[in-house]
Ligand binder design. Structure first.
Ligand SMILES: Cc1ncc(COP(=O)(O)O)c(C=O)c1O
Length: 362
């Protein structure tokens, strides 16, 4: 039986285990010096030139980032429908309404013209997702935001190290969130990192993260317990020393797949964009689900469908909207393994399997 090639594989080594042990032995388990160091190292590593605030998950990072930016009941925030539900959930959790706009078929991210058409007098912000690790069209979205007096936020959950025109994602919006969930390009176990454009948003984020307290028992606002633990931060700090090499390997793997796949559409990269390939997502115009099943059952290769149901068709958000590019992507997209632990033999197996299935299906 051929070894199964999983769609994703978190990489945890002896260094992460030693770091966790160091924290456990210290007796200081909750948010402390490891979290503070992780925040500074994360910002420096990704060249953000901004303060970062660590939280317990990417979702809480988005939620608290929006609250800290003043998003509230009655407001609207424009988001893609073609994303993980956490994007829209975080808007809805503030009491605001997520307004879904269509994507650009080339980069799978918010289409600027669709965003502009979705603006109403209740719109306060635009929150693109750098989907799969490809940066959204931030210059165009930023220009729209400026023109209409809106805030620009970033869901960078999948895009650690991606950039556009030399600017790293996470440095465009008034805040940006990076997820540290185990299958992301780097992990802290669970967690999120939020980069912030100014000290007022930073202060509010730190308050909301910690029950509304900057000073103990002097609560200033109604807050949450969304703190990251020092155990998680210690894992994240080690992963920061490895993520650049892992990203380079993802990019190398993607280049191999793009050079050798035939009969499917590989993911394009916009001019000036650095894609970090959280996912390597192809379009399969005929019977995508059949290809995923055959890859698993006949070739022992995992794959992913991100995301088969657009958010505007999910129960909490159901609304009658015509988003043709979103519908097409939801039906066609298939993410192939691209993670750094793939061998050349794995990559060749993936290419052979996909090309054979594409040929048979076309
Ligand atoms: C696009 C997107 N937004 C938000 C999230 C939420 O992050 P987390 O799982 O860390 O809460 C994720 C990850 O799962 C994601 O992929």
């Amino acid at each position: 039986m051929t070894d199964f090639i999983p769609a994703a594989r978190p990489l945890i080594g002896d260094e992460e285990r030693a770091a966790v042990d160091r924290v456990l032995r210290s007796g200081m388990l909750a948010q402390g010096p490891e979290v503070m160091a992780f925040e500074q190292e994360f910002s420096a590593h990704f060249g953000l030139d901004r303060a970062c605030v660590a939280v317990s998950s990417g979702t809480s990072g988005l939620h608290l980032g929006l609250l800290s930016s003043g998003v509230k009941v009655g407001d609207e925030v424009i988001v893609p429908s073609f994303t993980f539900a956490a994007t829209a959930n975080s808007v809805a959790l503030t009491g605001a309404t997520p307004v879904f706009a269509d994507i650009d078929p080339d980069d799978f991210c918010l289409a600027p013209a669709a965003v502009e058409a979705a603006i109403t007098d209740r719109t306060v912000g635009i929150m693109p997702v750098h989907l799969y690790g490809h940066p959204a069209n931030m210059p165009a979205l930023g220009a729209i935001a400026d023109r209409h007096g809106l805030q620009l936020f970033e869901d960078a959950a999948q895009a650690h190290g991606a950039s556009l025109g030399g600017t790293p994602v996470g440095a465009f919006g008034s805040f940006a969130m990076f997820s540290l969930y185990p299958t992301k390009n780097m992990t802290s176990g669970e967690g999120g990192m939020v980069s912030v454009a100014n000290s007022e948003i930073e202060r509010l984020l730190r308050l909301y993260r910690n029950q509304g307290m900057e000073q103990q028992y002097r609560n200033e606002v109604v807050g949450f317990n969304s703190r990251m633990t020092d155990i998680h931060a210690a894992i994240g700090r080690v992963q920061l020393t490895k993520v650049a090499a892992w990203t380079a390997k993802r990019q190398e793997n993607a280049a191999f797949l793009t050079a050798n796949l035939d009969g499917v559409t590989p993911p394009p990269v916009a001019p000036g964009a650095v894609h970090v390939y959280h996912q390597y997502t192809i379009r399969v115009p005929h019977d995508r689900d059949g290809m995923a099943k055959a890859l698993r059952e006949e070739y022992s290769i995992g794959s992913g469908m991100f995301y088969p149901v657009p958010n505007h068709q999910l129960a909490p958000f159901r609304i009658d909207l015509d988003l043709p590019e979103t519908a097409k992507a939801a039906a066609e997209c298939l993410s192939l393994p691209v993670h750094p632990s793939l061998t050349r033999a794995d990559l060749e197996r993936i290419v052979t399997a996909v090309n054979t299935l594409a040929k048979a299906g076309s």
